[in-house]
Ligand binder design. Structure first.
Ligand code: BG6
Length: 471
């Protein structure tokens, strides 16, 4: 992947990855670290420490991880690969053993002493969310939440979603975390925010005033935000079964995207004011009322899921859809549809804004194509060339591949890692945002938990909009 020249020179860091042999780490983190090393974006003194319960060696881990899948011909750059090997080491420890954390502390001190420099310390929790709290407590107990006392190095905690399993447990997790780490040390990852195409929604809205003047209920009829995946749960039964699509995708990624699409213009374009504007709109989202869950939500499960998770009665949804509203002057009465699912007919994440038209019929839709075929498209009506007055639908189309041909853009996880080392919170979720989005989905979760007969079933590879079968 190619980057442009104004990329930051980062401070030296020790990146400690808990759960380094897991799926997320192998799929996203390690390839991202490799690319950052290859592009010279990590300080040369950066060290990667993999925490694992098993006996996997760094050599084995890196050899069996597809680091260079995105590169031409899947071929790794030998120099970058060598650096990655040299700077990665494993620590075998129990996640609940206090003495092991003391040893980890010693190791980090030794590295800094050897390097002769204070380093940023990043703890990346890529472990089952059920063990976040005990791990965070032990990091605190063994003073791993502080960094070497001289210099300006910082210690930071990076946490993957889900932040809790419902509103109550999210509050608990936020409380436990706050007892050990200050809010400025915490980076709650929502990798959708780190996608270039999501960030560009803000630029598009606020740097093109022609659209911002139309951005309200007088001109916009509805908004749909959908994330369809072709992949199924890919064997991740333990991860997915307690979650389901509503928690896995809507509570986090899609509500964050919704906030980006609907927030007011921040007073300034910095982390603090962007979060103020986002939090404001997230608090105005109206949770689906418990007695209207039938009207505003739908959930489905792909055939074969129950066998895959070995639970014949599972009601975990692999497809979820909710419609919500924002209670503000700007968005009064505009339905916002959020939908996501696995094992669907296509892979497509997009935001579709429908503008109002004469007699309620709109000819104009604006589509932010988050992935794939990244770009922005505006549907227009045009006169078909010729002697008659026939009209046709056409689109104005901006495409990343076409317009930014020579610039690759950083992968979301590269961006997450760079921003965390830099200490930039803009693209991470605050505790208020996390709580606000749980508040939106909590009534739906509670209602769904009481039911067993509202799931529809769909064949893998099908279009959920065409699904009708009930259990
Ligand atoms: C993760 C979800 O957050 O996002 C996964 O837990 C999902 O279930 C993944 O597959 C999708 O990410 P992306 O970037 O491929 O759209």
């Amino acid at each position: 992947m190619q980057h442009n020249s104004q990329e930051p020179e980062l401070a030296p860091a020790i990146i400690v990855i808990f759960g380094i042999t897991g799926d997320l780490s192998r799929r996203y983190l390690l390839p991202s670290l490799y690319h950052l090393i290859k592009d010279g974006l990590l300080h040369e003194k950066t060290e990667i420490i993999g925490v694992t319960r098993g006996a996997t060696t760094a050599e084995e881990l890196l050899r069996t991880t597809k680091l260079c899948d995105q590169d031409s011909y899947n071929v790794c750059d030998p120099a970058a690969l060598k650096k990655m090997h040299t700077h990665t080491r494993m620590v075998q420890m129990s996640l609940t053993g206090s003495a092991d954390y003391a040893q980890l502390h010693q190791l980090l001190d030794d590295i800094e002493e050897k390097q002769g420099v204070c380093m940023n310390r990043l703890y990346y929790l890529s472990i089952p969310p059920q063990v976040y709290s005990p791990v965070i407590r032990l990091l605190g107990e063994q003073a791993l939440n502080t960094s070497c006392q001289h210099g300006r190095a910082m210690t930071r905690l990076l946490v993957e979603k889900p932040f809790g399993f419902n509103l109550e447990s999210a509050k608990e997790l936020i409380k436990t975390t706050a007892e050990v780490f200050g809010e400025e040390q915490i980076f709650r990852i929502d990798h959708y925010l780190a996608k270039e195409t999501v960030q560009n929604i803000l630029t598009f809205r606020f740097q093109n005033p022609i659209f911002e003047t139309l951005w309200d209920h007088r001109h916009i009829a509805d908004i749909s935000i959908s994330a369809y995946e072709k992949i199924d749960i890919e064997g991740r039964a333990t991860f997915y079964e307690p979650l389901g699509a509503l928690r896995d995708f809507i509570q986090s990624h899609l509500i964050q995207v919704l906030a980006i699409v609907t927030m007011d213009q921040p007073k300034q374009f910095d982390s603090e004011y962007i979060h103020v504007a986002k939090q404001q709109v997230m608090q105005e989202i109206v949770p689906v009322p418990a007695d209207q869950v039938d009207k505003w939500t739908r959930r489905g499960q792909y055939n074969g899921y129950r066998e895959e998770v070995n639970n014949p009665n599972s009601t975990t949804e692999t497809y979820a859809e909710i419609t919500t509203f924002i209670n503000s002057d700007r968005w009064q009465g505009v339905p916002i549809h959020l939908s996501t699912g696995k094992a669907l007919h296509e892979r497509k994440t997009e935001v579709r804004v429908g503008f109002r038209g004469a007699q309620g019929n709109s000819n104009n839709h604006l589509r932010f194509r988050i992935q794939p075929n990244e770009g922005i498209e505006l549907d227009l009506v045009t006169k078909r060339p010729g002697f008659s007055n026939e009209i046709d639908k056409t689109a104005m189309d901006f495409s990343y591949a076409h317009d930014f041909e020579s610039h690759g853009h950083p992968d979301a996880y590269e961006r997450v890692l760079v921003d965390a080392v830099r200490g930039d919170h803009t693209l991470f979720a605050t505790s208020e945002e996390v709580l606000a989005s749980w508040r939106v989905v909590q009534p739906v979760l509670s209602e769904w938990a009481k039911r067993t007969n509202d799931l529809f079933f769909y064949p893998p590879g099908s279009n959920p909009l065409e699904a009708t079968s009930q259990s």
